[in-house]
Design a protein around this ligand. Sequence first.
Ligand SMILES: Cc1cc2nc3c(=O)[nH]c(=O)nc-3n(C[C@H](O)[C@H](O)[C@H](O)COP(=O)(O)OP(=O)(O)OC[C@H]3O[C@@H](n4cnc5c(N)ncnc54)[C@H](O)[C@@H]3O)c2cc1C
Length: 398
Amino acid sequence: MKALVVGAGLAGPLAAMALRRAGIEPVVVERHGPPNPTSGSWFTVSPNGLDALAAVGVLDLAKGLGVAHERNVLVSATGRELGTLPLGSPLADGTPALTMKRSELTAALVDEATRRGIGFRWNAGLETARRDGDRVVATLADGSTLAADLLIGADGVHSPTRRLIDPGAPAARYVGLTNFGGITPGGSALLDGPDAVAEQWRMVFGRRAFFGHFAHPNGDVVWFVNVPEPAITPQERARTTDDQWRWKLIALMEGDAGPAARLIEAGILELAGDNTHDLGHVPTWHRDRMIVIGDAAHAPAPSSGQGASMAAEDAVVLAQCLRDLPDIDSAFAAYESRRRARVERIVKTGARSSSTKSPGALQQLMLRAIFRYAVTPKNTAWMYDHRLCWNETVTTTR
Ligand SMILES: Cc1cc2nc3c(=O)[nH]c(=O)nc-3n(C[C@H](O)[C@H](O)[C@H](O)COP(=O)(O)OP(=O)(O)OC[C@H]3O[C@@H](n4cnc5c(N)ncnc54)[C@H](O)[C@@H]3O)c2cc1C
């Protein structure tokens, strides 16, 4: 069986490697060139996502790129600690959540998939696709066509495949936050007291923006700023320099507790003016041997810290269903019944945590109560402690 995978972000290479393990021959098409490991921002892969990487045999690769992320500490604008967010139980081998540069992980996954003999076609965007008997025929931007037994749209939150499957499919929703990220080389020298503790994200509910920093054990400090504001237009992004963005961010954080201004002033911007989207209920995930996975089907806001993990879990479960069930339609149906409730619950959780980032949205007292009584290891275990078993046989009933 041959599969055409659209998109070489996270879900695409992972799905391709999982399919290969299931005895299916994948080829991946990506509208851009090969990933640049030095671009973009940092992120965290939770234990449930790491467990899915292990099922594809790439956990060691993630461990080589990431550093332990032990906790998230939440702080008010005045510096008062509001609570600590649980990040789930470590894996059986002791690996906790890992923080790393997203593009480094993407590039490493592509390298590993290539090493395993999986073909990638770069600068090859999907234009359209249609079912032709037992095949799906895809047309690429250069006019060439590719045929396969099935097509997997791993093409991100603005997925063209989603619209091919259902022209009425919902578009991604702007959640009301713009996102900036950067790194301050040697920035640990600018930190003191609780701000200097390594391997934790320390996040400030500022008066005008939400700020987080992570002291890397190598002495660098990674940071991000979420700004509640209307979406930034392409024109505004094109005419604004990095220095102008940095001065804007410094002004927004002025008067708040924490090292934001120092770190941003001495830092390098790696992500500027990214509009944050999510995608909740997509009624139709599959039709005519085409299916969407990852952000293309369900995108939790970055605040959930779960988008990459969901993409990894999707890749594994879809490959298991295709491996074990007799035909593609029943495999797609079994996949959906295993994934939909979980991923939609996570999108809702991410939307809730995004909304608390708007200053004044919730009083400090209420935030402290939420972190103490609602966001506990027990209450979040369903999300972080979820584990997959590659050797488990999928049946239509289970
Ligand atoms: C700022 C930020 C911070 C984040 N932080 C975290 C975090 O801490 N933890 C976490 O788990 N998640 C986080 N996420 C979310 C996570 O990055 C995504 O959920 C994840 O990348 C989804 O993977 P994906 O492969 O589905 O989509 P993507 O990574 O978006 O990949 C989609 C790919 O499809 C390609 N494509 C699109 N259209 C076509 C086409 N027509 N033809 C061919 N290729 C196409 C794109 O070029 C892209 O390479 C964050 C996201 C952002 C934006």
